[in-house]
Design a protein around this ligand. Structure first.
Ligand code: FES
Length: 232
């Protein structure tokens, strides 16, 4: 396999042919924020939290998508890219409404690491949660539309229950034909919960189970993947 040399934040590094800036940085233990990318889910390029500067180019590049080229000089720390990434994270915090279900979510961790302020933008209105599923709660207000749950449902589990509905600001994750999650074909495997970087999809726990009028079948009762509730 051919190896390329490039510079990232002043360090000369090697990259494998076809590797992206983000993949090469991670292999060398260098942290660049990322939310919509996960190694097993492919590139979506929609969150823009991984922006970096490539010397000689006016536009910022998405590190999850841009392949390393020989001699490339990349700046991730400081400068314009870091400022823009911080702003993106502040917008995502506002979009997620400042009331994330998981306080240790990936969005929270990256926001803290990048010095993003929670109070810079007014939070979006918080829509009602979908608690129709006995195992998984859907807090649409915390969703940043990264589509990781959609890709995890399809490519990891092969279930194809999750998709996107609507356009622009009205776009949202949808179950089957935009049904309540509890009325969809979701089997409660928890893969989407594991994939969600904000806590918009989270184990429902006892509250939703108490609300549920009937128990439901699941492929993985007590599977440990995400739901961690016993359902029948
Ligand atoms: Fe690169 Fe989302 S991680 S655009």
């Amino acid at each position: 396999m051919q190896t390329l040399r490039f510079r990232l934040d002043g360090r000369e590094l090697d990259a494998r042919e076809g590797e992206t800036i983000l993949e090469a940085a991670r292999r060398h233990g260098i942290a660049i924020p990322h939310l919509c990318w996960r190694p097993d889910l492919g590139v979506a390029g929609n969150c823009r939290t991984c922006l970096v500067e490539v010397e000689g180019e006016g536009r910022l590049a998405a590190a999850c998508h841009r392949r390393v080229e020989p001699g490339m000089v990349v700046r991730a720390r400081g400068g314009r890219a870091a400022r823009v990434r911080r702003g993106v994270l502040e917008l995502l915090l506002a979009e997620a409404g400042g009331a994330l279900l998981r306080r240790d979510s990936e969005l929270e961790r990256w926001a803290e690491a990048e010095g993003a302020r929670r109070d810079r933008f007014r939070p979006d209105p918080w829509p009602a949660a979908d608690l129709s599923h006995p195992a998984i709660a859907v807090e649409r207000g915390a969703c940043i539309r990264c589509t990781r749950c959609v890709r995890a449902c399809r490519t990891v589990q092969g279930h194809d229950v999750l998709g996107m509905a609507g356009r622009g600001a009205a776009s949202r994750i949808a179950f089957d034909l935009d049904d309540p999650m509890g009325a969809s074909l979701c089997v409660g495997c928890g893969e989407c919960v594991q994939a969600c970087p904000t806590g918009a999809l989270a184990p429902a726990g006892g509250a939703a189970l108490r609300q549920a009028k009937a128990l439901t079948d699941s492929v993985c009762p007590y599977c440990g993947v995400g739901c961690q509730v016993r359902i029948h």
